[in-house]
Design a protein around this ligand. Structure first.
Ligand code: FES
Length: 188
């Protein structure tokens, strides 16, 4: 009887996990060399952390660095490698905004909308970017070149208004300065 109940619980978890990941982009279809190298790197990292408690966020961060985002198969690998239920993995991924289950652009633009930046015109900066790239906050351009996000503070309030493009800060922005920065990236 106990075995039947346990089997039902396991099956329920599988069904729930399938529902949870149904809307997540799949990435494992490819057999290309670079893709296999990425998967190998991920599995090495999972092996390194599998016996270290509380390492889920670290492993997910590495996974996102390797793949650029967190596709369904990566989440399955992290879940089984760390022996952590997929529902918990998904809970962490959806809680932290810097994790993404959809592909990101080559350049991720983060516009600060914290108090200091808001007072100094961050909404105009955001509008300038949206007009120029034809994407809205939270979107990625179709050519996968740009993703646009807003954040509450980038920790550089003295430079307000501020944005980051990947790891680089750009401060004391004006619409003209933003357009100049974007022009360089659009041509790259
Ligand atoms: S409020 Fe924008 S960097 Fe702090």
């Amino acid at each position: 009887m106990d075995d039947i109940i346990n089997d039902n619980i396991i099956n329920d978890n599988i069904i729930n996990d399938n529902i949870i990941t149904d809307n997540i982009t799949t990435a494992w279809g490819s057999d290309c060399v670079c893709h296999n190298q990425k998967k190998e790197e991920l599995l090495t990292i999972i092996n390194n952390y599998e016996n270290i408690p509380g390492s889920l966020i670290t492993v997910l961060s590495h996974a996102q660095r390797i793949f650029g985002y967190l596709p369904k198969e990566v989440l399955y690998d992290v879940s089984s490698g760390l022996k952590t239920p997929l529902s918990i993995v998904m809970g962490v991924v959806t809680f932290y905004s810097h994790f993404s289950t959809t592909p990101k652009g080559k350049y991720t633009i983060r516009v600060c909308n914290g108090t200091a930046c808001h007072v100094k015109g961050s909404r105009d900066i955001l509008q300038t970017i949206q007009n120029r790239l034809k994407i809205k906050e939270g979107e990625t351009s179709q050519d996968l070149k740009f993703s646009l996000e807003t954040v509450t503070c980038l920790g550089a309030c003295a430079l307000a208004p501020v944005m980051m493009i990947n790891d680089m800060y750009h401060g004391k922005l004006s619409s003209q300065k933003v357009n100049e920065i974007l022009s360089e990236l659009v041509e790259n």
